[in-house]
Ligand binder design. Structure first.
Ligand SMILES: Nc1ncnc2c1ncn2[C@@H]1O[C@H](COP(=O)(O)OP(=O)(O)OP(=O)(O)O)[C@@H](O)[C@H]1O
Ligand SMILES: [Mg+2]
Length: 261
């Protein structure tokens, strides 16, 4: 199949949930607004959404980044599924032919990194006009039993495997910010060492590294694929549709340059 025009969009859990809550709290108004912005897009699209308060607090409560736990894995998976159902239903109500794809049912990790993922159904969905909607999830792990799979890791994995043309990560800040709160326009290996001191975790509970984790995943992607990805604020009305329509907003992460030592 011709994958040259696939767009991958991540919608941060920081936007579609209240991340300061200690159990799943959805922001339905934001989910519906974003679904409406996506509805105008006609190209091939894969959506990945974050877990927000439907996943991070549960992982923390059961200590799932460090140990295996049946109950915690099940509770966390069922919770992120609930958020996924809300997102998929809102997309369908807005006129998007969205279908859920749960990583627990199609991906296996090894020490918290994706080892394999069954992609055939995603390819067929795209070929037939559906929009697959994946999410941060608990997945089976060959070394750990189960492990957390971040949406921020799913995006670059799919971008490489599906040869996506355009990659955007919508979160709750205007982009990656420097110490003055200004958006850093470009990040590559050439300037990463200079700007990494500005990168932190999340202001709220985030078990997958917050902004630093996101930038590292995307830098990794830019090395493996030569593609550019964008971190922008999906909380601002018009940014998701703007990105989908080809506007390059927020911070661009690209493979230009080599890492200074
Ligand atoms: N330099 C920085 N620039 C911007 N945000 C930063 C920076 N350093 C740390 N952050 C924090 O990272 C947060 C974004 O990461 P976070 O993981 O909370 O959101 P998300 O990935 O959208 O949510 P989820 O993981 O649920 O999908 C910001 O809200 C901010 O608190
Ligand atoms: Mg996060």
């Amino acid at each position: 199949m011709d994958n040259s025009n696939i767009t991958i969009l991540k919608i941060g859990g920081s936007v579609i949930t209240d991340k300061s809550a200690d159990d799943g709290a959805a922001r339905m108004d934001e989910i519906e607004r974003i679904a409406g912005e996506i509805a105008g897009f006609e190209g091939k699209l894969i959506i990945v959404h974050g877990a927000g308060s439907f996943g991070h607090p549960q992982v923390k409560r059961f200590g799932l980044t460090g140990k295996f736990d049946h109950e915690g894995s099940i509770i966390t998976h069922m919770s992120v599924r609930k958020l996924n159902t809300m997102v998929v239903e809102a997309l369908n109500s807005a006129g998007v032919n969205a279908l859920p794809v749960h990583p627990m049912a199609c991906a296996v990790s090894e020490n918290s990194r994706i080892k394999s993922m069954f992609l055939d159904q995603i390819e067929e969905m795209l070929a037939n006009g559906f929009v697959p909607v994946l999410h941060g999830d608990m997945v089976m792990d060959t070394e750990m039993g189960t492990s957390v799979l971040s949406g921020d890791q799913i995006v670059p994995y799919l971008a490489i495997e599906m040869k996506a043309a355009r990659i955007g990560i919508g979160s709750a800040e205007e982009g990656v910010l420097d110490n003055n709160g200004e958006v850093i326009p470009n990040i590559s290996n050439a300037n990463f060492d200079k700007i990494k001191e500005y990168l932190g975790g999340s202001a709220n509970t985030d078990v997958t590294g917050g902004m630093l984790g996101k930038v590292l995943e995307l830098l990794n992607l830019s090395e493996g694929s030569n593609s550019t990805s964008y971190i922008f604020n999906a909380g601002n009305a018009g940014n998701v549709s703007g990105f989908l329509n080809g506007n390059n907003i927020g911070t661009a992460i690209s493979g230009a340059g080599t890492r200074s030592i």
